[in-house]
Design a protein around this ligand. Structure first.
Ligand code: BES
Ligand code: ZN
Ligand code: MN
Length: 499
């Protein structure tokens, strides 16, 4: 999608469609009055008759308003002004984009005066709106016939600024939205890619392409080297699959050379059958999404590099396939992790924490300022929070609450769950330092307690994204499938660090 910025009188515009926003409680702004004059009182007539009230999600389309140069005017209702959030604005953008594409309108102009309001300045409002437009255009259709592909996606949009507006603000909004949506769409694509295509090697190759971005370098640790260095927890999970595991390391240097990085770790199980502790067949197809944490990490670094965020990052992705076979690890096995702690495997389906343990140990060598891991780790977290938010568990309440706030702002919700010492008691083993399950009670929390053992003194947050990584039904701006959850959240977090 291409964007342009322009100053000029609304009356003199020319396009297929002029989009104008309207708040329910502000139906007579200068902008709306101006458009009403262009329409010879047509807008006022529609509001008086109650055909358009400006309520959230409402639309009014006026055709061929002669002698106006735009062949349509689309009014979009924004609801009550004091109820408005960036999340609703993003949703409005998605709904407008869907409205236009259903009518095969692929270019438009946007009147922006209505969007200069609130604590957030024009930039943030426009950014959210444009994100909504861009994300609504996403589809995963590589395997669909031409006839079923999404064709009429918005291609061109012109932002109409009013005198006194700063062009730089609008420009920054466009750049940020494009960068973020590049990351989100990368993450969605990776999650949606089917398991037959998406081997650990596939994920590693995808990560290597990030190396083309400025200040990004990518390294892989392959299976022989993993063996040499003692990544035994990761290797145990991988050993049942024909496909070799990888440790992917992506570094982004946007900050000062001497500054310690912030670490991101993402679970990269390309397919989770459960292994010998085999999962039931129902919905097993969805377990191709068990690398959504990895996708979020790669998507975030993609976006951060494109935005040139002034931070240093190290992303680590352990990637494996969890399969049952004659070479699989078994319940009862004891493995010695990279950190030296011994782990009794009681359930081969609790594989995520094993590969994360070694990845966290590895990244701790960077002495990162903070560490955030994202993982589709437990069904228990879905039971707790549903599909609406990620569970956050942490050894540092301040960091966890920072992420909760970023979640509110980006509408990628985060809710902090407890990490009491009792959960750590629950995962002590009779035969090893730790066991990889603590039974059903508090399943999301014992999983986090397990990871905590590998975080050391580093301020660390674990985000269990099992419920939010995959959408079982479409919503505005997001089709069924991979959601790309985490990219917008983490970018907001990294931006807050840079400030
Ligand atoms: N990948 C699953 C968790 C999951 C379930 C993610 C559903 C998304 C949707 C994870 O590896 C797993 O199997 N967890 C087990 C842990 C248990 C065996 C302790 C679970 O949640 O049942
Ligand atoms: Zn899993
Ligand atoms: Mn599992």
């Amino acid at each position: 999608m291409k964007f342009q910025i322009k100053y000029g009188e609304l009356a003199k515009q020319k396009s297929n469609c002029l989009i104008v926003g309207a708040f329910e409680d502000e139906m007579t702004t200068a902008e709306l009055q101006q458009v009403d004059r262009i329409l010879a009182g047509g807008f006022a007539m529609a509001t008086r008759s109650g055909e358009f009230k400006g309520s959230k999600g409402e639309t009014l389309l006026i055709h061929n308003p002669h002698p106006f140069g735009c062949s349509r005017v689309l009014f979009v209702g924004l609801g009550k002004k004091d109820k408005f959030t960036l999340g609703l604005l993003r949703q409005t953008g998605s709904e407008a984009a869907t409205f236009l594409s259903a009518r095969r309108i692929i270019s438009c102009q946007l009147a922006t005066a209505t969007f200069r309001f609130g604590e957030t300045v024009l930039k943030e409002n426009l950014q959210a709106l444009i994100e909504g437009f861009l994300l609504a255009g996403y589809s995963y259709d590589s395997y669909l016939p031409e006839a079923r592909k999404k064709t009429s996606v918005l291609e061109w949009m012109e932002l109409l600024l009013v005198d006194g507006d700063c062009k730089g603000e609008a420009q920054a909004a466009i750049y940020a939205a494009l960068a973020i949506c590049s990351g989100v769409c990368l993450a969605r694509d990776l999650v949606n890619t089917p398991g037959n295509v998406k081997s650990p090697e596939f994920l590693a190759r995808q990560a290597l392409t990030l190396g083309e971005l400025e200040n990004v370098s990518v390294r892989l640790i392959e299976v022989e080297e993993l063996k040499k260095q003692g990544f035994n927890a990761l290797l145990a999970v991988a050993q049942g699959s024909e496909r070799d595991p990888y440790l992917i390391i992506v570094e982004y240097q946007g900050g000062d050379a001497g500054d310690k990085p912030h670490a991101l770790v993402g679970k990269g199980v390309v397919f989770d059958s459960g292994g010998i502790s085999l999962k039931p067949g129902a919905a097993m197809d969805e377990m191709k999404m068990d690398m959504a944490g990895a996708a979020a990490v790669l998507g975030t670094i993609d976006a951060a590099a494109r935005m040139k965020l002034p931070v240093n990052l190290v992303g680590v992705v352990p990637t494996v396939e969890n399969m049952p076979s004659g070479t699989s690890y078994r319940p009862g096995d004891i493995v010695t992790s990279l950190a030296g702690k011994t782990i009794e495997v009681l359930n081969t389906d609790a594989e995520g924490r094993l590969i994360l343990a070694d990845a966290m140990t590895y990244v701790a060598r960077y002495q990162p300022q903070s560490m955030i891991d994202l993982a589709t780790l437990t069904g228990a977290c879905i039971v707790a929070l549903g599909e609406y938010g990620a569970g956050a568990m942490s050894n540092n309440d301040e960091l966890a609450q920072t992420l909760v706030r970023c979640g509110q702002k980006t509408n990628e919700k985060v809710w902090q769950l407890p990490l009491w010492d009792e959960y750590t008691e629950q995962i002590k083993s009779d035969f090893a330092d730790l066991k990889n399950t603590g039974g059903r009670p508090g399943g999301a929390l014992t999983a986090a307690a397990f990871l905590k053992e590998f975080a050391g003194e580093i301020p660390w947050v674990h985000l269990d994204i099992a419920g939010v990584a995959w959408a079982s039904a479409a919503k505005p701006g997001r089709p069924k499938g991979g959601t790309g959850y985490g990219v917008r959240l983490l970018i907001d977090y990294l931006q807050s660090l840079a400030k």
